[in-house]
Every structure is written in C-alpha cells, then in structure tokens.
Design a protein around this ligand. Sequence first.
Ligand SMILES: Nc1ncnc2c1ncn2[C@@H]1O[C@H](COP(=O)(O)OP(=O)(O)O)[C@@H](O)[C@H]1O
Ligand code: SF4
Ligand SMILES: [Mg+2]
Length: 351
Amino acid sequence: MTTIEKTGAEPSARVEDNGGPLLEVRDLHVEFHTRDGIARAVNGVNYSVSAGETLAVLGESGSGKSVTAQAIMGILDMPPGKIPQGQILFRGEDMLTMAPEERRKIRGRRIAMIFQDALSALNPVLSVGYQLGEMFRVHQGLSKKDAKAKAVELMDRVRIPAAKERVNDYPHQFSGGMRQRIMIAMALALEPDLIIADEPTTALDVTVQAQVMDLLAELQREYNMGLILITHDLGVVADVADKIAVMYAGRIVETAPVHELYKRPAHPYTKGLLDSIPRLDHKGQELYAIKGLPPNLLKIPTGCAFNPRCPKAQDICTTEVPPLVQVTEEDGTELPGRGSACHFWKETIHG
Ligand SMILES: Nc1ncnc2c1ncn2[C@@H]1O[C@H](COP(=O)(O)OP(=O)(O)O)[C@@H](O)[C@H]1O
Ligand code: SF4
Ligand SMILES: [Mg+2]
C-alpha cells in the first residue's frame, strides 16, 4: 500500500480531549410507533468509541445498527421514531438533551456520516467538485476558487486519479468505488472527530471493497479520528476494527477486541456468523448458515431473542433475558473489553 501524500491542510485543532471516550451510547432505546404496534428496534444499546479507535458494529439486517447511528446523528424519523430512554454522550455531553443549535454544530462538523449508497447521497445535477467545495464555502466561507482547489485536494487525498481533470464531472460519471471515495472525502472535509460509516462498501465488488476499506482505515489513523463501522459482513472488518459489538434484535449480544472475537466467540450468534464466512481452506464444503430469520421487532421472542434459532438453547433461554456480562477465563480472570449476553457463555467460549 502506498502512503498518501500530504496535500497541505493539516488537521485543525479539535475540541480538547477530556481523556474519556469521544462518543458513548448509554442504554439507548428506540421504538417506532406503527399501525401494527410498537417496533422495538433498539433495546438498551451501550457502546463507546475513543479517538483513534475503530468500533465495528456487526449484525444481520434489521438488528438496529442503522437506527442507532441515526439516533446518534439526530436524523431519526420522529415520528414514527421515539427515544424513550438513553443517553448519547459526545465528549461527555448528552446530545439528546442539548440545545438544537449545539447539536447541529456537532453533527456534520464533529461527527460525519458515510452511507452505503453514494448515488442517492450525492446530488446528481451538481458536479462532485461543486458538492465538495460547498462544504468549504458554507462552513468556512471560502471563495468559489479556493473551495474548488480544496475539493481537488480532497479528491487527491482519497486517491481519485486525475482529480484536477475530474473535479467538474458529475456523480454518475464515476464508478461505484470512486463515488464511495467521494463520500469519504465529503465526510473528511471538515476534519471531524468521529466518522460513522454505515455499510460503506456493501454495494461494491469484493476487491474494490477492500481498497475503500483500507483507505478509510488509513485516513482514520492519520487523522486520529474515532470510526464506527457498521456492517453485516464479518469479513470486511477483521483487518480494520479494534473492537466489535455484535447486535441482535436491538441489543448488543457480544463485545470483544476484534481478534479475540474471531478466535474465541463467547456467544452462539457470533459463532454462527463466524461459521458462515466462506473460507478458502474449506473449499467444497457446504457453508454453514444460521437457521431461521431475525425476529419480527413487533414481537421479539421472550427471554433471549436468539432462542428460536440457537442450537444451544435451553429452557431458561425462553424465559430470562440474558444480561451482557463480563467474560472471564476459566480461572475467573477478566478479559478486558469482553462481554456476552448468553446464559451459556462459559460453555460457548471454554467448551
Ligand atoms: N422509519 C421507520 N419506521 C418504522 N420502523 C423502522 C423505521 N426505521 C427502522 N425501522 C425498524 O427498525 C428495524 C431496524 O432497522 P435498522 O437499524 O435499519 O437495521 P440494520 O441493522 O439492518 O441497520 C427495522 O427492521 C425496522 O423494523
Ligand atoms: S441465551 Fe440461550 S438462546 Fe440465547 S444465545 Fe445463549 S444459549 Fe442461545
Ligand atoms: Mg442498516
């Protein structure tokens, strides 16, 4: 991998680091009031991310990953959405209770978001240079000419070839991978403290996926940003994440430093996800798939929400919700950053 060239602008001074996490989500609940009832999309999520750290949020479609991100960004549809409980602390301050103008300053400037679908996030009738430049014209009051120069600089930075010649091109003139690089450039423009990337490579070919992911990871390190990487694909996060939070039916069911999670999962759901990754050394073998589907959020199963699909389920699993508990070695030594919400986590990790 080549190192990217510095193109001038140094990351600007950030809000003073208070030593704590950049972002902390505490006991977050989100529900949607629909005609058919209340869909409980997020049911007590806790996670945090610090500067320079990458948290991967993993889970099948419908597990509440994007809704949690939308709550952080303040872009939830309310109504039908509602946040009955929880806190979202940015540098220790709860964004859910701060004044709207304070919150607006954080969103977009201090926290930026990258979406899966660049084509619908970009305006089709404006050149990419104009859209990138707009960030600088609006937020920093730069002239048109200076803003365009900044746009070219950013396009270079995310390694779009011939940036100078392409700055006046329109979104549809770029490939999917290049468009996603433009999304990354937009997110980086104001040098945020935190980027939330929601399935940023899901729409791309596998090889392009890896390139875009590598670029994102590299920029994150260089700018010392926090990164929340949302994905349903365990394969894409192994090399870039520091820690993983696995979500199921709106809850975190397992947390772990990334390599430990791969080596020794402490939750049957994580184990199922790992066993369903295609592996080159298992060619020809039938791929494991977790049986069944994620639950209907209007009617989440009692006890452990995963129980109808779990090969390890016992009676207690249908009656008692397993709390997220500290995972330890067999001798009781705590494993830092590791938690599991399974009644039988010991058997799962040590069995
Ligand atoms: N605007 C909405 N109205 C009603 N229900 C919604 C809305 N947005 C999301 N949901 C519900 O929240 C669930 C979780 O969605 P989401 O967070 O997007 O899942 P994912 O983990 O795939 O990102 C969805 O399956 C849906 O039931
Ligand atoms: S609590 Fe029970 S159903 Fe849930 S994951 Fe553990 S064993 Fe499976
Ligand atoms: Mg999603």
